[in-house]
Ligand binder design. Sequence first.
Ligand code: SAM
Length: 202
Amino acid sequence: MLQRLMFGLMYRIGFTPWEGHALPARLRRLAEAPAPPGGRRALDLGCGTGDTSIYLSRLGWDVTAVDFVEAALRKARAKARASGATVRWIRGDVTTLGTYGLTPGFDLIVDSGCLHGLPEEARSAYAREVTAVAGRDGSLIILGFAENPRRRGPRGIGAAEIAARLGAGWELVSSEVDADVSRDPGDPIYVHELRRQQPAHT
Ligand SMILES: C[S@@+](CC[C@H](N)C(=O)[O-])C[C@H]1O[C@@H](n2cnc3c(N)ncnc32)[C@H](O)[C@@H]1O
């Protein structure tokens, strides 16, 4: 609730320093790989004004995007219209994904700066909901600062916490600083890539 109000205010006053950042190489490699027959589905968590969603849509992905700030979605819709991208925009909370009628089985889930700002109590719900909608062998790309409770801004999250929260059903493929995405070398953005491991009995 507090977070939603805070982000709402930031969009209203136009203080959105994350807008327009570069897309990480890890994401581009996955997104631009040849599509299998039948197409591919992507989910953009905390999509903001939609840059990642629009990029994926223009590559031919079937994209669903979720954000809880209407002002961000309004701008995202306008940008998508202008660039000819088709995205299913959902105003909603990433910790309650199960309530929006999403069809599970996403091949790619992208979180560019959402999880790292979630409060403690929301992080487990996030992990549960994301796991429920991920596809077999689906990939999850998470961008965020490392944990620093003294930072003014998002608290951040480290690779160990990401792996622990998501659990054994996910393999942590890599965690690395992406210099192209980072704006402050002293407080860089990490890109974490995970892959869904299906339980053996399914
Ligand atoms: C740092 S911004 C990043 C926006 C976008 N992904 C980008 O890279 O430009 C984080 C976004 O996550 C959204 N957000 C944060 N917590 C959320 C939640 N619990 N549910 C849905 N959206 C959330 C905010 O409204 C904001 O648009």
